[in-house]
Design a protein around this ligand. Structure first.
Ligand SMILES: *Cc1c(COP(=O)(O)O)cnc(C)c1O
Length: 414
């Protein structure tokens, strides 16, 4: 279905993030249909933490992987049952651990031995047992991950070697119920062979750790890291090819462990392609022979498109959402921030945009708003709109200056 961008812009203004709900649910359905049915998809809220985005995915079978009190509150408010929530992150506070225990979530993914001691104490104080999955930092790295997590010094998880050297670990705790492992090998993987290899590695490692430490395997979380193509030359992950090699490995493990939950974590893959960031052209000018198109968006809403911090800075797909008024020309698509880095697209070939035209930055449903410095220059965050089954829902109000001032304390030094 075509998204009525112009109607949305008239109703909600710009800049605005628009999410196509059916695209998310279709992707989720595809994953669930082609991958082994024993795999449970846990949506990583950090990719897009909007409560309605989660509510839609949850209504279509996604469970929840969260990393903060805010994300935990979000998924509980959206109706996720505790049994389908896991909490993960390298620096959890006592408040977060206590909230997980009080909410009786399925598992805390533990990232360090000292954290294990804290879970033991906090669960003990409440007289309960809390299921814990041990996050393992694998001894070798994932081939093909754009953001490799394993095989190197990392702040995440417990080194594979250190864990394997802990016989009797399971019996050392009474309230921390060590009952599974989590292995996350990397992010933005587009190569199905790499994901299949990671999965086999994780499953083998789970059995090895269980044998070495005596922990149960109520659950094995094989991570995920499914990528989406952003740039020219990148190709979409072939889910069907992945299923063909991954499913037999899942099947083998599932048969040997009929009661083990098998968890797949997935953020970007479900939401990235469903999002577009809509901006309006405010000014058009030439400078030293280059065409600049200045929009009402920018880095403060979409840091990934600007690419600050990326090694190779490349453009997200950008399109003019108007009938072309002239031939294509090479444009610098700038934001409105007072910094030269604020370029949403460099050397983009576009039909010459006019003032008032709307541009869309595509593939923007993941890590846009949630990974951008929204306070920079005090414009605040834009609106977010979810379009689903012919209706559009405002799912986040645009910030106004009062929103930004509300949390500040004004001390008068006259
Ligand atoms: C970031 C992260 C995810 C989600 O990554 P995507 O690339 O968005 O799928 C899942 N699990 C862990 C441990 C993460 O750190």
């Amino acid at each position: 279905m075509e998204i009525p961008y112009h109607d949305l812009v008239l109703e909600f203004g710009t800049p605005t993030y628009v999410y196509e709900g059916s695209r998310m649910t279709r992707t989720l359905a595809h994953v669930r249909n082609v991958l082994h049915p024993r795999l449970e998809v846990f949506y990583s809220l950090k990719a897009n933490p909007n409560i309605s985005v989660f509510a839609l995915l949850h209504a279509n079978g996604a469970r929840a992987e969260v990393s903060s009190l805010g994300e935990l509150r979000t998924v509980l408010a959206a109706g996720a049952v505790p049994e389908d929530i896991i909490f993960l992150g390298p620096g959890k506070s006592d408040d977060e651990l206590a909230a997980c225990i009080s909410a009786n979530i399925y598992a805390i993914v533990c990232e360090a031995f000292d954290e294990l001691d804290r879970i033991e104490r906090l669960a003990g104080e409440r007289g309960v047992r809390q299921r814990v999955l041990l996050r393992i930092n694998p001894a070798s790295s994932a081939p093909g991950a754009r953001l490799a997590m394993g095989g190197k010094p990392r702040q995440f998880g417990i080194d594979e070697k250190a864990l394997l050297a802990e016989p009797g670990l399971a019996n050392r705790f009474r309230h921390a119920d060590l009952a599974g492992v989590q292995v996350y090998c990397g992010s933005r993987i587009l190569d199905w062979q790499a994901i299949a290899a990671n999965t086999r590695y994780a499953l083998d490692l789970a059995e090895e750790v269980a044998a070495a430490t005596g922990i149960r395997l109520d659950a094995v979380d094989i991570g995920g890291g499914f990528g989406v193509p952003y740039f020219e030359g990148e190709h979409a992950l072939d889910l069907d090819a992945l299923a063909e090699v991954m499913n037999p490995a899942i099947e083998r493990f599932a048969r040997n462990h009929p009661d083990t939950r098998m968890i797949l974590e997935m953020g970007r893959f479900l939401v990235a392609a469903a999002g577009v960031y809509l901006v309006r052209v405010r000014s058009v000018k030439e400078s030293h022979g280059q065409s600049f198109v200045i929009t009402d968006g920018g880095t403060h809403h979409h840091l990934p498109a600007v690419g600050i911090g990326s090694i190779a800075r490349r453009n997200f797909p950008i399109r003019l959402l108007e009938d072309a008024a002239g031939p294509d020309e090479v444009c610098q698509v700038a934001g409105l921030l007072c910094t030269p880095n604020d370029l949403l697209g460099r050397n983009v070939l576009l039909p010459k945009p006019r003032i008032g035209d709307v541009l869309g930055i595509f593939q923007s449903g993941a890590y846009g708003l949630s990974a951008s410095p929204g306070l920079f220059i005090s414009h605040g965050f834009p609106a977010e709109v979810l379009v689903h089954e012919g209706r559009s829902y405002l799912v986040r109000e645009r910030d106004d200056p009062d929103d930004l001032l509300r949390k500040q304390r004004h001390h008068n030094f006259q």
